[in-house]
Structure formats: C-alpha cells, structure tokens
Design a protein around this ligand. Structure first.
Ligand SMILES: C[S@@+](CC[C@H](N)C(=O)[O-])C[C@H]1O[C@@H](n2cnc3c(N)ncnc32)[C@H](O)[C@@H]1O
Length: 212
C-alpha cells in the first residue's frame, strides 16, 4: 500500500495548476480547521531562530510576513515591537486573532505580491521566514522587491529560507522552492544593504540580515 500524499501537496498542486500561487494556503488552513488536514509548518510556538535573535522593540514598528497562526508576531509584540502581521490566507488571520484575543498585534489579510502602498519604508523590522520560497520561482523577483520596499531607513530585515546549496535539487519537487545564496542577496536592492548571511541548521537554511 502507498502512503497517501499529504493534503498540502495535493492542494498546492491543484492551486498551481489553476495558475494561482497562493490559493492553496487558505484551502489548507480551512481543511485544518475542520480537522481534515495538517499544516506542516505550524509549531504552536515562535520560530526558535527568531526567538534567539529577538531584541527589544521599544515601540518601533515590525512587519511579519506570512504570519500564519501568529506565534512569531506575538513573540515580537511581547518584546515591545508594534507589530503588523499579514498573511494571504484569511483563515490563518482569523485563527491568529482567535488564538490571541487580547493581542496588540494588528493582524491583516494582505498579499506580499500586492501590498498596501503605505507600507513602503514603514517598518523598522521586517521578518520573512520561509514564505517567499513557498511560491513558485517566477514570483520571486516581485516578492523580494516587495519585501525590500517595506524596510525603513536604519531598520533591519531578517530573511530565512531553505538553502538550495545543500539540497538534492536534481530530485527536488516544490513547494517549497529553496533559495540560492544570490537570491537571498537580491533583497539588497533599492537602497537596502546586506549586513550578514549565514547558513544555520547544518547548512539547511539561510539566515540573513539587511538594513537600509
Ligand atoms: C510555509 S508558511 C510559513 C509560515 C511562517 N512564516 C513560519 O515560519 O512558520 C507560508 C505562509 O505564508 C503565507 N503566504 C504565502 N504566500 C503569501 C503571500 N503572497 N502573501 C502573504 N502571505 C503569504 C501562507 O498563507 C503561509 O501562512
């Protein structure tokens, strides 16, 4: 007997065949809310690399990209950041609000590929952890440009994605679609500069910081 394919892969394939890079996320969160699927990236706690990095926000503005169920956004809010957190999946945004009813985080439904104009250069901290890699490569330049646009002068952008250099790319089937080092470095555009770029988790992921 063969093992059934996980729901996220089945839903992703259907969504991509429709030419829609992101519709499957809401379908997956909806199926998970009904107990019919698992969302593979949910941990019920903040990303440990972000938890290791986090520093006091002192009321400065942070933007969490692809905020899922809200754990990373809540971590930053607990450290004094004024957090906006967005996800393309309305069901994820509703779930985050429901999980943290007293939250100070502004949870928003928005698409990284079509962000609100007033987010340009508006955030002192921008956190992008394994979201852009979840869209097919053809959307990457637009997503990276959008990400770079959010960063305010003097701010920090944190970017973490699966590192292509240590994967067997010949046999790889996305999602996700790992990043090359050059693709991570491409966040440095339009006045944004690379500060550091390292591999973490035995080379499995990149962890990069940028400023403007
Ligand atoms: C692989 S999950 C990662 C979630 C979270 N960042 C983490 O580290 O666990 C990707 C998330 O990004 C969201 N997402 C995907 N494409 C997006 C887009 N274009 N705009 C906003 N959110 C997006 C998905 O709905 C999903 O919640």
């Amino acid at each position: 007997m063969t093992t059934p394919e996980p729901a996220d892969r089945v839903l992703a394939r259907a969504s991509l065949a429709e030419g829609d890079p992101t519709a499957w996320f809401d379908r997956l969160y909806t199926a998970a809310a009904r107990g019919e699927a698992e969302v593979p990236w949910t941990r019920g706690k903040p990303n440990p690399d972000l938890a290791a990095w986090v520093r006091p926000g002192d009321g400065r503005r942070a933007l969490v990209v692809g905020s899922a169920l809200g754990d990373d956004a809540e971590l930053l809010a607990a450290h004094g950041w004024a957090v906006t957190a967005f996800d393309v999946a309305p069901t994820a945004v509703e779930a985050a609000r429901a999980r943290f009813p007293e939250s100070a985080v502004d949870y928003v439904v928005a698409d990284l590929l079509h962000p609100p104009a007033d987010w340009a250069r508006a955030f002192d901290l921008v956190v992008e952890i394994i979201n852009i890699q979840a869209m097919p490569r053809e959307f990457r330049p637009a997503a990276v440009a959008s990400l770079a646009s959010f960063l305010a002068p003097g701010g920090t952008a944190l970017v973490s994605e699966v590192a292509e250099e240590n994967q067997d790319m010949a046999n790889w089937q996305g999602p996700p679609w790992p990043f090359s080092r050059a693709e991570v470095e491409s966040v440095a555009q339009d006045g944004v500069r690379l500060v550091s770029l390292e591999t973490i988790h035995d080379g499995a992921r990149y962890w990069a910081t940028f400023t403007r």
